[in-house]
Design a protein around this ligand. Structure first.
Ligand code: MEV
Length: 438
């Protein structure tokens, strides 16, 4: 059987699975069974998932966990997390409880502006282009009225469009740089539709602009696309308390803990190797809630990491200080999220996740997601600067190892008991399991 195929997309789902199984596996029958085991028994639900993407053969599960007791701006939330990494939800729950007892999390929206650009090439007189742009600028608004009408009713729309001269960086390269308010939608389709219309208006109007020479009329639009870098769509999340209030199990000396914590954050601020892992810990919380609420985690990831490098070197997204006996830990993070459109009304679990959060607006969701990130970062730094993370991680990992070896209930109990007093390592668990199975 050849490993390449033409017309694959035209095959039925069954045929696709059979082709994959026969082409790539020695145990084809078993593979087909496993793939089908993950189909939903509810045919209409399965159809819904089949149609999200192309060439769907089955579903790929991630656990949906929840962390209750998050206090954000005085309101209580149970936050849903879609994530495969053990201890992320446990860490979130712990941080929620810790800060719930110390005034909770505070979150504020700094701004909500989105960006899109039409990238074009113009080989001609710059002054003429400036005049042309000023003259046709109202047309960018009027010719997108059909697209912007509904968004305007919801209080959003196109905020501004400017012409940017980028010729110092690339020959003859200019942009229409547009800013948008997209309210409760993430806005990707809205922005891209507006941009494609701007591009059309730009090209069409150039044809009839008398001051342009024939060459100058030939504006080449290279592409029109939103930017996932949203440095003006930023939310701030924060916790603070008296240093003395930080005392808890594993934090016997709160002053020492606070100082070490601040030091750990400083290291992430100045050392990119550490900053990447530090921020990865933040994204453990962010991505999981972004995914559970049907948002685009790739867009969020790309934008967040660009923001972490905005001052020229990749750095920590979070910051901490001790001032006048008060410990403050905070983060500002760009998040372009939506609570309407996209998957939000389509995916049944997304609907439940959003309802669990009290059907938040996009701004409220930005606050919740940022808090989930800060909570995760707090939990990671707390473990790292006190007990180390392996103790907790390996306890969770123990379950994965037990599943891998298909441990019975009885074996699980014995193993868990044994490792209450012994260090968990993969080989130690395997050895102990073998011993009790003798
Ligand atoms: C692991 O997924 C995340 C951490 O490495 C984050 C950190 O080091 O801050 C624990």
């Amino acid at each position: 059987m050849p490993k390449s195929i033409s017309g694959f997309s035209k095959l039925s789902k069954e045929e696709k699975i059979n082709w994959i199984a026969a082409t790539h596996f020695a145990n084809a029958e078993e593979v087909v069974q496993t793939i089908k085991k993950y189909w939903n028994t509810d045919a209409s639900l399965q159809k819904l998932h089949d149609e999200f993407i192309e060439n769907t053969i089955t579903n790929f599960y991630l656990p949906l966990g929840v962390a209750p007791n998050f206090t954000i701006n005085g309101k209580n939330y149970t936050i849903p997390f879609a994530v495969e990494e053990s201890s992320v939800v446990a860490a979130a729950s712990k941080a929620a409880k810790f800060w719930g007892n110390r005034g909770g999390f505070k979150a504020t929206i700094i701004n909500t502006e989105k960006i899109g650009q039409v990238h074009f090439i113009y080989n001609g007189d710059k002054e003429k282009l400036n005049t042309f742009f000023s003259q046709i600028k109202p047309k960018f608004f009027s010719e997108t009225e059909g697209i912007t009408k509904n968004m305007q009713k919801r209080g959003g729309g196109i905020l501004d469009i400017i012409l940017k001269d980028k010729t110092a960086d690339l020959d003859n390269y200019y942009q229409l740089h547009a800013t948008f308010e997209t309210k409760d939608s993430m806005g990707a389709n809205f922005i891209n539709s507006c941009l494609e219309q701007f591009a059309k208006t730009l090209k069409d109007e150039a044809q009839t602009f008398d001051a342009f020479t024939e060459d100058e009329k030939n504006i080449t639009v290279v592409m029109s696309i939103l930017s996932n870098y949203v440095p003006n769509c930023v939310v701030r999340a924060e916790v603070s308390c008296n240093v003395s209030e930080l005392a808890e199990k594993h934090i016997e000396n709160p002053q020492e803990f606070a100082e070490k914590f601040v030091q750990a954050v400083r290291i992430a601020e100045i050392e990119p190797y550490r900053a990447v892992t530090h921020n990865k810990g933040i994204m453990n919380g962010i991505d999981a809630v972004v995914l559970a609420t049907g948002n685009d985690f790739r867009a969020v990831e790309a934008g967040v990491h660009a923001y972490a490098s905005k001052d020229g070197q990749y750095s920590s997204l979070s910051h901490a200080k001790i001032e006048d006996g008060i410990f403050t830990f905070w983060m500002e993070i760009p998040l372009a999220l939506g609570t309407v459109g996209g998957l939000t009304s389509l995916h049944p679990m997304v609907k439940i996740a959003l309802e669990m959060l009290g059907k938040p607006s996009a701004q409220e969701l930005m606050q919740i997601v940022a808090v989930a990130g800060l909570a995760q970062n707090f939990a990671a730094l707390r473990s790292l600067t006190t007990t180390g993370i392996q103790q907790g991680h390996m306890k969770m990992h123990l379950m994965n190892i037990l599943n891998q070896f298909k441990a019975t209930e009885d074996e699980r109990k014995q193993v868990v008991k044994h490792f209450e007093k012994n260090t968990v390592t993969h080989s130690a668990v395997v050895d102990y399991l073998a011993e009790i199975r003798k």
